[in-house]
Design a protein around this ligand. Structure first.
Ligand code: IPE
Ligand code: IPE
Ligand code: MG
Length: 254
């Protein structure tokens, strides 16, 4: 293989099919429709959604993954009614309070990605606490995308880099993909191999737009509160039947 300066430095460069993804990222969608179908308030769907997230963490560990990222609140979700936004904030808080001891016991590292600036002080404190308490846990990493938007993350990173350039700490021409990736919220985490979206919608909704440039996508019709280990295993099976080429040619290793 000829190492070219122009070749992108993806975290996983092996082409061909990989039986098990290292990192799966999930767009947990369909809580509202799940509730609506039952004549329940949307919040009931979000509460069931937390239960499904808990199941997904267990399933991911059982399936031998190393990283799981869950999209739980987007930078666009502020457009929802104030009461629903409040409920979603409260559910994140409750999840951290209830699940942190168990996650610590299981040697799970917890990281929160997204913009923390506009979060309530108590949530900010809780999120930092969860990260601090699980720092160094490397059996399995759970990333929670909260107040996360891919464009917002990229812009925050660009601003940071621009400041470094104007302060003379960095040469603009030295900004590589690796340097850029290393400044994102996801620094230190390999790019997702597989992105799953539930509820039948087929869009990215501003999720990991930089990191998932070469991810495989699997769309599941089930609504998020109904997602379970079987759906998860099926999505991974579908992934393992795909061939990842990264722009190369079938059957070559670059
Ligand atoms: C996903 O479910 C949870 C969040 C986006 C916070 P939705 O609340 O989007 O559910 P639908 O799409 O309205 O059914
Ligand atoms: C994406 O779901 C965001 C999360 C799952 C947190 P949305 O329900 O907000 O996405 P759109 O509005 O259908 O694109
Ligand atoms: Mg939705």
């Amino acid at each position: 293989m000829i190492a070219s300066k122009a070749s992108p430095d993806h975290s996983v460069l092996e082409t061909g099919n990989l039986a098990t993804p290292r990192h799966v990222a999930i767009i947990m969608d369909g809580n509202g429709r799940w509730a609506q179908k039952r004549g329940l308030p949307r919040t009931a769907g979000h509460r069931e959604g937390v239960a499904a997230a808990r199941r997904a963490v267990d399933a991911a560990r059982d399936l031998g993954l190393k990283y799981l990222t869950l999209y739980s609140f987007s930078t666009e979700n502020w457009r929802r009614p104030a009461g629903e936004v409040r409920d979603l904030m409260a559910l994140l808080k409750q999840f951290i309070i209830d699940d942190l001891p168990r996650l610590k016991d299981q040697n799970v590292g917890v990281r929160i990605i997204g913009d923390r600036k506009n979060l309530m002080p108590d949530i900010k404190a809780l999120v930092s606490h969860a990260e601090k308490e699980t720092k160094g846990n490397n059996q399995f990493v759970l990333q929670i995308a909260f107040n996360y938007g891919g464009r917002d993350e990229i812009l925050r990173t660009v601003r940071e880099l621009a400041k470094d350039v104007s302060a003379g700490k960095l040469n603009a021409d030295d900004v590589t993909e690796a340097i850029f990736s290393g400044r994102l919220d996801t620094k230190g985490t390999p790019d997702p191999d597989l992105v799953i979206r539930t509820s039948g919608e087929k869009r990215i909704s501003n999720f990991l737009i930089w990191q998932a440039a070469y991810a495989e996508y699997v769309f599941v019709d089930a609504l998020w509160p109904d997602f379970n280990a079987d759906y998860f295993a099926k999505a991974i099976e579908e992934y393992s039947n795909r061939e990842r080429r990264y722009g190369g040619v079938s059957g070559t290793t670059g």
